[in-house]
Design a protein. Structure first.
Lengths: 197, 197
């Protein structure tokens, strides 16, 4: 016997999610079958409503309006600092830490000659405009550590006016990390970034 | 900054799924944001359509119609065997193995005095009626190994007519399992269920 078509359609949808294989997808669908109809309809319309979300026209963050809450908030520009991230998820991750009080800029990825992502595929021009218009003094590059991330950082340092300080977030051993299990590159970066106590 | 409300609503929905915490839920929502609108609407209506699924009035399996494909198929009753499972997921798991050609019966759980699940909360009466009406000769109990599963098996053996053979699926080391890492109870069952070669 095959799954009823409605179920296999759902399994197909869920299998497209990150880290979800067929087995997990089936598990999710079967758990949905135990929900009551009201909850299922609520979930269904919540997903349909995602199509109403926009990109903030200034920083590129997901937002309910054309300008996001952060870009609308003047206090976030008081320090004249912009944190550049690859994607929306990175921005939310930094916001959750509560450590950063400035504004963000979503780059939309990193430079990657192999995947044919050049400066024009990213929001670099927009970033330069914002730096000028908002009189930004400091840019923090919160790009993930990778060869492409490194290249992108160098490129950004080159194109951002010299009077603007450009810094990259620290790389090294993560909290709770274990030297024994860390990869060589991380250990290399951790040694490179050592600080005197 | 908080997530836009549409996103946090989705995170709440997904967090109800088995094994999905807040972090995974956020990851799923962010991946959905990369889908195009057509796909999102398709997923949304697929979820809404789940409410149209029914329970097979005979065996209790999820079905598009009032009687499921298995119960409609006379060949599945040729061997006069019914396989009793706790829930729908177990039935699909056995079907995937392709090993069983008989019919199923979804019990809806196992007896559990602690959770106040007695015989009336399960579909035991229905099972007995089916055994009689379909002239079933063999019942295979495919209940998960647990104290409640054991109690339920004994109870079912007591109430099913003696002329019907009642068997429970084998318990022991799973394929690819490793004695070293298995729990004591499984090893106990494996020794108990040893077979001469």
């Amino acid at each position: 016997m095959q799954f009823p078509e409605k179920i296999s359609k759902m399994v197909e949808h869920f299998s497209r999610w990150p880290g979800v294989g067929e087995k997990t997808a089936i598990r999710y669908v079967l758990s949905l079958l135990r929900w009551n109809h009201d909850d299922l309809h609520a979930l269904s319309s919540a997903i349909a409503e995602l199509t109403l979300l926009k990109r903030c026209q200034e920083c590129g963050l997901i937002s309910e309006e054309t300008t996001c809450d952060i870009c609308k908030n003047h206090e976030r520009f008081l320090h004249k600092t912009i944190c550049v991230v690859e994607g929306v998820a990175d921005c939310f991750a930094i916001e959750r830490s509560g450590e950063f009080k400035g504004a963000y800029h979503i780059l939309g990825g990193v430079l990657s000659p192999l995947q044919q992502i050049g400066p024009n595929e990213l929001t670099i021009d927009k970033l330069l405009l914002r730096i000028e218009r908002r009189d930004i003094r400091e840019v923090i590059l919160a790009l993930n550590p990778s060869v492409e991330g490194d290249i992108t950082c160098s490129y950004l340092r080159d194109v951002i006016p010299l009077k603007v300080r450009v810094e990259r977030i620290g790389m090294g051993i993560p909290m709770g990390g274990n030297l024994e299990h860390l990869d060589v590159l991380t250990i290399h970066k951790a040694l490179e970034n050592r600080r005197s106590l």
